[in-house]
Each structure stands twice: as C-alpha cells, then as structure tokens.
Ligand binder design. Structure first.
Ligand SMILES: Nc1ncnc2c1ncn2[C@@H]1O[C@H](COP(=O)(O)OP(=O)(O)OP(=O)(O)O)[C@@H](O)[C@H]1O
Length: 624
C-alpha cells in the first residue's frame, strides 16, 4: 500500500490513524492534505470567475464550508449538540457590520473583534454547563439561542430591526474593494476557507483532536486520564464559535444585506443536514456535506420539486444507507478496495523496548526511587439519598502493596473507588495521599496527583486506535497546550514524539504492539482491560484502582491480568483490586478488605480472611 493511500485513508477516518514509522510528530507529512484544499479553491475560483452564477455558488459554498466545519468541530468531534451555532453565525455577521458602520472601523479589525466576540460568547454558553449531560447541554444552547435572538431582535441599531442592514461596506485590500459576489471577494473567502481547512487538519491530527473525540465518547475517560472535560468543552465552544463568527462576517459582506430573520431554524436544519450527510467527525465531512446540499439544491431547481421533500428523502436515504455520512461511506469503500492488499502490521517497538510481556519488562525495570507513598481512607462515608453505600470505611495502601477489596454485589466497592477518585461526593471522613487531603478534588486532579483507575467495563475511546487511546493520557502529562499543538510548534512536536514513543513502549510491554494502530472498537475485552492499565501507566501513577479487571475474561486472560498486577507492584505502584474472583484475589493480593453493606467486616491476608465465618456468610453464593 502506498503511503499516499495510507494518508488518504487516515484523513477519511473519524479521527486520524497515526502514521507508522519516521513521520514527523504533531502534524505528520501529509502533502496531499496540505495542498489539496488550496488547489481546489484556486481551481474553483478560476473555473467560475467568468460566470456570475457559478461564482456566486462557489463563494456561497466556501462560506457554508466554514460554518459546517465549525459545527463539525463541536458536534462531529466534540459530540456537543450546540443549537446556538446559527445565532452565533448571525452575531458574527452583525457585529462586524456594526463595528464598521458605527465606529468606522476597518473590515479587518472588525473581523478580528467579531471573532473574539463570538468565541467569548460561545465560551460563556458553555461555562455554567460543566456538570450537564448531553441532552441538557443541548437544551441550554437552545435556550441561549432563543434568548440571544430575543435580545438582538430588540436592538434595532445593531440588527436594523425588521428591515435589516443594507449598505454594508466592502472590505478593502490595498486600495482594492473586495465587493461581495465579485471575483475579488471570492479570493478573500478562499483565503479564509484555506486557513480554516488547515486549522481543522491540524486539530484533526493533534492532541486537540484526540481530546475532542474523547470528550464525545466519554467525559469520564478524559477525567480519568487527568484531562479536564470542562476545559475541553470550553475549547470546543470557543474554537467553533470563532469559526461560526468568521462564516457570519463573510456571509454579511458577501450578501451585502443581512436581516435577523436569515439566521433561523431552517438554516440550522440545513447545517445539521450538511454535517450529518457529509460525515460528522470526519475531516472532509463538511466538504462533502456542502457539495451534497448544493447538488440537492440544484436538483430541486431542476425538477421543480419542493426543496423540503428533496431534503427529507435525501436525509433518510443517506443517513440510513451511509453510517458516518458520505465521508464514512468513502472510508469504507477505500478500506474494502485496499484491504486485500494490506500488508501485515509490523511489530512496533520503541527504542530499547522489545515486545515482551509486561511481567518481563517489569522484572527488568528498576523500581522508581523515593520513599513509599500512602493512600489512606479514614471513616469515609458516601450516601445516595437514604442509601449509605460506604459507611465509615477505613483502608490504607502503600506503594508496592496489592490490596484486595471484596464483598457481595452492592457492598459499596465501586462507590469507594469513585469516592477516592473524586467521582462521587463524600459525606464524611477523610481521604489523604501522603497526608494531603484529596477530598473535594476533581477526578482529573486526583489522577494528576498519582491515583489512576480502571472501570468495571473498560472505558476506552472506540474510534481511536490503541496508540491514540494511550496518547490521550500523555496529553494530560505536560501537554503542549492547544495553541502550540495547532501551531505545531517545535515544543509540541517534541512532546507529541515523546508521548508517542512512551505509548508505543507501553504497548510493547503489554505485547500489544501489533495492535497499536487498530481501533479500540475492534479489540476483545481482555485487550481493552490491558489498554486501560497501560493508559494509566502513561501518567506514572503511584496508585491504580482496578475495578473488576477479571470480569468477562477467559482463564488465560485472567492469569495475564494477575501477572500484570504483580508487575505493577514490582514497579512500586500501589494497587487496589476489586474483584469477585477469589483465585485472582488470592494470587495477586497481599491483604484484603471485605465490605458488606458499605462496612468493612474483615481485613487481613487473603487466606486468613477467607477462613472467617462472617466472610463466608456474607459471601455465600456471591463468589465463583
Ligand atoms: N449513583 C448512585 N445512585 C444511587 N445509588 C447508588 C449509586 N451508585 C451506587 N449506588 C448504590 O450504592 C450501593 C453500593 O453500590 P456499588 O456499585 O458501590 O456496589 P459494589 O460493591 O461495587 O457492587 P458490584 O459488585 O455489583 O459492582 C448499592 O446499593 C447501589 O445501588
């Protein structure tokens, strides 16, 4: 398979598949994707400049691309159904025009300020939403859109009231007027589109894209690797708000007349259609989506059919027939066409890391120096309404210890882990790491202090490769910041390269090298459990809390997990192991705590504890 095919496939994929081998970290070499958009824009400009109608269409399509890319960023990548995007688009349009007319500002300065306003306002929408789930966040954005529309409709000076604003000044560039609808304005739009396309490519290929996709797939995963879901959300709102604002600015100066009524829900429906049809979360989704809408529009004109009908049927057919929209369909086609010729994945090893089982790697690894650390839970209490799930529980773990936490279903084991990692509110007691309190900390901050965890059912990002799943954790560990990542600065490239090497090294330790570039969605349960542990190791934790790592595994996989747990202890990591499998607990743990109805009823070495009658009684029928 040629590298070009590899690259094309990579950019059609929902996020990117990181290239193998020597490519530059950060934004790998990908010339077709760098020069492709400018070439398309130049070709479209040259082809349409002689025909007013086609030139108009090309400019409109270019602006629609910017708006669709903005929605694709927040919805397709980030999974946030931001219904305020159209009013943000309108706000960009009105703000720039108002600044130019009211303050005699230049188009360029007004554009910059309009983008700042739309980005800031978008961030403002997201600010109070950090604890909302997807549905409530969507409702909040809708409420915001309605409120803003109401405010704007009453601000006649800003929006021109029912008449709207006409006599919009044309941008001027070194004395040349760039008048909407004429070729010069197309070239202005083309430059803006080229910049947005490049920005999207960089987001797509950097840690920013990984963060956004992780947000879409599960905010808990992000927090569990030390990345703040709330700040990722704000980033998504800010970036997409600025892009929607840019689309609005271009739209206003292209149309030369704007009225508030234009930014209505029909436009939102068309935007949704373009995003979903094109392929939400795909780099080229907005391009395909806008082209598809144009074709539909042309069809509706040519056939004199009602536009709504065409839209309706188009949506049904394409959404049902093509999962992932047009970009998804093309990706599957390319995969099918090239699948047979695919060479087997090479075993990947980082320097000095042979692809050996983790226990061998751990045996060879020198244990980290420094004094032992201690995680201590004292008289901890968690209640859900009237149910006391954790009732005055005290446990202590030191680095290098493997401590089992067992008990019948509903005993409070997972809740205790959730309380330690800041996932549930604690009603009483103390929780300390090396004497410092962890109480009240957000999950990502607990993780950053050295307490990692896995979940009862493995939480990975199915759309990402195993390598990328590990790299998300690396992004939290001294990442370069989104501006540097998007700018592809030398520092961000170095960090990306180091993160990648570290992730490859860990995958090699877990004998997962050959799967490094495979999507997590295609991997068996046992592999995902190992990936979760490896992802934690990216952060050099002092403690790992494992929630039923043996559940759903074969006997062989369970032995692998037991070996992995022992190797964690050899690495001087403290392990809290929740599991129902007594063989696993006995073989892996130095000490166990038995919970029943939220209380610790026994504590000690496994063999001793299992011999007690109270433990047997609590467990009767609950153990394997
Ligand atoms: N978010 C929640 N809201 C209300 N009650 C909850 C919540 N989470 C847990 N509980 C309750 O708290 C108690 C302890 O549940 P928990 O899941 O911690 O038990 P567990 O020991 O982990 O059980 P299992 O072995 O089945 O995973 C149960 O009664 C459960 O119904």
């Amino acid at each position: 398979m040629s590298s070009t095919v590899n690259e094309s496939k990579a950019d059609l994929a929902p996020l990117r598949t990181v290239k193998r081998g020597g490519g530059r970290a950060g934004v790998p070499r990908s010339w077709p994707h760098v020069v492709g958009p400018p070439l398309i824009l130049v070709a479209a400009g040259l082809a349409t400049s002689g025909n007013e109608y086609y030139l108009h269409l090309a400019t409109a399509a270019a602006i629609a691309y910017v708006l669709t890319a903005s929605f694709n960023l927040i919805y397709g990548y980030g999974g946030i159904f931001n219904l305020s995007i159209i009013i943000t688009y309108g706000l960009g349009a009105f703000t720039s025009v108002w600044l130019e007319v009211r303050f005699d500002m230049s188009f360029w300065l007004a554009t910059v300020l309009a983008l700042l306003v739309t980005a800031a306002l978008s961030v403002l929408i997201a600010l109070p939403s950090s604890t909302l789930n997807e549905l409530f966040l969507a409702i909040q954005t809708l409420a915001f859109a309605l409120a803003l529309a109401e405010v704007l409709s009453n601000w006649d000076e800003f929006t021109g009231g029912t008449v709207g604003i006409y006599l919009i000044p044309s941008p001027s560039f070194f004395g040349t007027d760039l008048i909407g609808g004429l070729p010069a304005f197309y070239w202005l739009t083309a430059v803006a589109v080229g910049l947005v396309a490049e920005l999207m490519r960089r987001i797509h290929r950097s840690g920013v894209g990984r963060r956004l996709v992780a947000l879409r797939e599960g905010p808990r995963v992000l927090a569990s690797v030390g990345v703040s879901p709330a700040s990722t959300r704000l980033l998504a709102f800010g970036l997409s708000g600025a892009m929607a604002g840019l689309a609005g600015v271009l739209f206003a100066h292209f149309q030369l007349v704007i009225e508030l009524e234009t930014f209505n829900f029909n436009r939102l429906a068309a935007l949704l259609l373009a995003t979903i049809l094109g392929g939400a979360g795909y780099l080229y989704g907005p391009l395909f989506g806008v082209l598809a809408l144009m074709v539909m529009d042309e069809l509706s004109l040519a056939t004199s059919q009602a536009q709504d009908l065409i839209y309706g049927v188009g949506v049904l057919v394409l959404v049902l027939a093509t999962r992932g929209g047009i970009a998804g369909a093309i990706e599957r086609l390319v995969r099918r066409l090239t699948g047979r010729r695919r060479r087997p994945e090479p075993e990947l090893t980082a320097d000095g890391h042979p692809a050996t089982p983790i226990r061998a790697a751990a045996r060879d690894a020198a244990p980290p120096g420094g004094p032992p650390r201690e995680l201590e839970v004292r008289d901890l209490r968690v209640a859900f309404g009237g149910t006391v799930a954790v009732d005055d529980v005290s446990i202590a773990v030191r680095t290098g210890d493997v401590v089992g936490l067992i008990g019948p279903n509903g005993a409070g084991k997972t809740t205790l882990l959730n309380a330690i990692t800041g996932d549930v509110r604690v009603a009483g007691g103390s929780l300390t790491l090396d004497g410092g309190s962890l109480l009240g900390m957000r999950q990502q901050d607990v993780v950053r202090r050295g307490v990692g965890r896995t979940f009862q059912s493995p939480k990975v990002i199915p759309e990402l490769t195993l390598l990328e799943n590990l790299m998300i954790a690396g992004d939290a560990r001294g990442g370069a910041g989104w501006v540097r990542q998007v700018a592809n600065s030398p520092r961000s490239r170095r960090i990306e390269r180091e993160t990648r090497e570290r992730a490859l090294g860990l995958l090699a330790d877990f004998s997962l090298s050959s799967r490094a570039h495979h999507r997590a969605a295609d991997q068996p349960y046992g592999v995902l459990r190992l990936v979760e542990v490896a992802r934690n190791l990216m952060l050099d934790p002092a403690f790992i809390l494992l929630d039923e790592p043996g559940a759903g595994l074969t006997e062989f996989e369970r032995e692998e997990i037991a070996a992995t747990i022992r190797s964690l202890s050899e690495r001087q990591i403290g392990v809290v192991l929740v599991d129902h499998n007594m063989l696993l607990i006995t073989s892996a743990c130095d000490r166990v705590y038995v919970l029943d109805a939220g209380r610790v009823i026994a504590e000690g070495p496994p063999a001793e504890v299992f011999a007690r009658s109270a433990v047997r009684a609590a467990y009767l029928g609950a153990v394997e």
